[in-house]
Design a protein around this ligand. Structure first.
Ligand SMILES: [Zn+2]
Length: 243
């Protein structure tokens, strides 16, 4: 016989799929009646994210979790449509997640803005691959900019740069509702990688302007610099007193 623990996982009974789906439907109907627009996470198919960056985001969640079961439950929740509302803003994510009770839980996630050093690093890296900016702006995070995303000092928030809060009574640091929202963010980022920039407090238009301006400046400097060949000619003319 296995020993019973006080904080046992089964302490909170898990709602069935039908309960979760039914509650989410009721919440959507109530919101529609009140004229409120919700932005639910809708997963089609078995995969939460399909793009390399969305998949990388989801895989990275394991670093934040203090309890593995919350992650698998979070996945189940997001796939069933329990994240009935998800809003991504500069440095913060606000969401509502349906659980066993009729009223959805309120989840708030905060992500620290990038430091000046991190920002400079990202601007410089993008400047070297400026031709990829177009792709990024049109919704495709080019693999050439992978380092900007997952590299050291990249856009990807480290566990200490992210904090979360949920209105449910779960004692775990990351409950299944927070996990569901984070997976939902992965799905949302799939559609629009520029949201990564917003999440880290970056104004994308300004960012693109700065990267292009710095790149142009660098190119102009290179044009004005005489090449080694010309330099050696000048040296020679001095040596032979041609001038
Ligand atoms: Zn919760």
């Amino acid at each position: 016989m296995s020993k019973k623990k006080y904080w046992e996982d089964v302490y909170y009974s898990q709602p069935t799929n039908n309960e979760l789906v039914g509650n989410a439907k009721l919440t959507a109907e109530k919101a529609a009646k009140r004229g409120k627009t919700l932005n639910p996470v809708i997963i089609t198919g078995n995969k939460i994210a399909k793009s390399w960056w969305g998949i990388a985001w989801c895989n990275n969640l394991e670093k934040y979790a203090d309890y593995e079961s919350r992650l698998s439950r979070g996945k189940r929740y997001v796939k069933l449509g329990s994240v009935v509302d998800l809003q991504i803003d500069k440095g913060k994510i606000n969401a509502r997640v349906q659980g066993s009770r009729k009223t959805p839980y309120k989840v708030e996630i905060r992500i620290s803005p990038l430091s000046e050093k991190q920002m400079e690093n990202i601007t410089a890296k993008c400047g070297l691959k400026v031709e990829n900016l177009n792709k990024l702006v049109s919704g495709d995070f080019p693999a050439e900019l992978k380092d900007v995303f997952i590299g050291e000092d990249g856009l990807f928030p480290k566990p200490r740069e992210i904090s979360f809060n949920c209105s449910c009574p779960d004692w775990a640091l990351m409950c299944k509702h927070v996990a569901a929202v984070l997976y939902g963010v992965g799905a949302r980022l799939d559609e629009d990688p520029l949201l990564f920039f917003s999440l880290r407090g970056i104004d994308t238009n300004r960012f693109v302007d700065v990267v292009i301006a710095n790149r142009t400046e660098m190119m102009l400097e290179n044009i004005n610099k005489p090449s080694k060949r010309i330099l050696s000619d000048v040296d020679l003319s001095e040596v032979f007193g041609v001038l």
